[in-house]
Design a binder for this molecule. Structure first.
Ligand code: RB5
Length: 152
């Protein structure tokens, strides 16, 4: 399991904590920045992580911005990405069980570091339930394919 992680200036401290946590969990973690508190544009870092997941370079991604909203919008533009904004444990669990989420987004200004770490633990350890949810994910894939055809 390899995870790509990225953030804007609102998430640098939390990103470092999550990188340590992931390595402690035995999960390889690739850091896509940003690394300074200087103000940056979240789409630049959301794009790097989302592209790595979308192209299969890594298995999953984690993104952090202030609210998590901007990073979610960016990530869900990418083919095959199911990014879920999870600022609580129940959503984190359900986003894996029902949605097979492959990118976890956290609002660094919404969630404290301890809760964020627990969200990551739950999200990494919860399996997709499959069953009736497979059909629903296939429908999302079909929508994506139809939209892509319209655009070309
Ligand atoms: C940056 O100030 C903030 O807008 C960004 O981190 C994020 O919350 C956007 O959705």
């Amino acid at each position: 399991m390899v995870v790509a992680i990225g953030c804007d200036h609102a998430g640098i401290e939390l990103k470092q904590e999550l990188i340590s946590l992931l390595w402690d969990m035995g999960i390889e973690c690739l850091d896509y920045g940003t690394d300074s508190p200087q103000s940056v544009d979240y789409p630049d870092f959301g794009e790097k992580v989302s592209d790595a997941v979308s192209t299969g370079k890594v298995d999953r991604g984690i993104l952090i911005c202030g609210t998590g909203i901007g990073m979610s919008i960016v990530a869900n533009k990418f083919p095959g990405i199911r990014a879920s904004l999870c600022n609580d444990l129940f959503t984190a669990k359900m986003s894996r069980m029902h949605n097979d989420a492959n990118i976890l987004v956290i609002g660094g200004r919404i969630v404290g570091n301890d809760l964020a770490k627990e969200i990551v633990r739950v999200w990494m350890n919860t399996l997709f339930e499959g069953g009736r949810h497979i059909n629903r994910l296939n429908k999302i894939k079909q929508i994506e394919e139809r939209i892509t055809r319209h655009g070309s």
